[in-house]
Write a new protein. Structure first.
Length: 173
């Protein structure tokens, strides 16, 4: 039932997004004058339509598979909700929400290290030193790949000493 509710919520959200989609990026004049050129909003709308079709098919399969089962009711769903808030999945989602809020002030490096460390704890790693070293190593590799090789500008942070650290890392790359 939980899967059906999530799929229905995604379907509604994507439907609203499709019909209220406003593209704020300026359209180049060359594209505006060419009747055969795809407008910039075509790909997002096409992807949303494909997602809506896939979600509709998934909703149909969920209903067909679970029709008539006693645990496929709202009463059974609400009985499982307290267990969800104690699950590792919820804790993982909570970690990602916190990370999304601290990314800008703390910067990519610190946020990535914290994310990897706490997710490792969540997944069951108990060797704290090894987990900390792996978190730092993976964050450094990700930083080098995205910032150095792909030239992606990663958040440096607004906290002065963390921003200085990010600038120092950029100078090394």
């Amino acid at each position: 039932m939980f899967e059906l509710i999530i799929n229905a919520a995604l379907f509604i959200f994507l439907g609203i997004t499709f019909f209220t989609h406003v593209l704020e990026a300026p359209v180049p004049i060359k594209v505006q004058k060419n009747p055969y050129a795809l407008q910039p909003d075509m790909w997002p709308k096409a992807i949303i339509i494909l997602l809506l079709v896939c979600i509709a098919v998934n909703i149909y399969k969920i209903i067909k598979k679970n029709k008539g089962k006693e645990n496929f009711t709202l009463k059974a769903f609400f009985a499982t909700v307290p267990g969800f808030f104690k699950s590792k999945m919820f804790l993982g989602m909570l970690i990602l929400v916190v990370v999304s809020f601290i990314l800008e002030p703390l910067g990519f490096m610190v946020t990535c290290i914290l994310l990897l460390f706490f997710y490792g704890l969540l997944l069951g790693e108990r060797k704290i030193l090894r987990l900390a070293l792996c978190s730092v190593a993976i964050a450094l590799v990700l930083y080098i790949v995205f910032s150095g090789l792909l030239s992606v500008s990663l958040p440096r942070g607004t906290v002065p000493f963390l921003r200085s650290f990010a600038l120092f890392l950029e100078s090394l790359i």
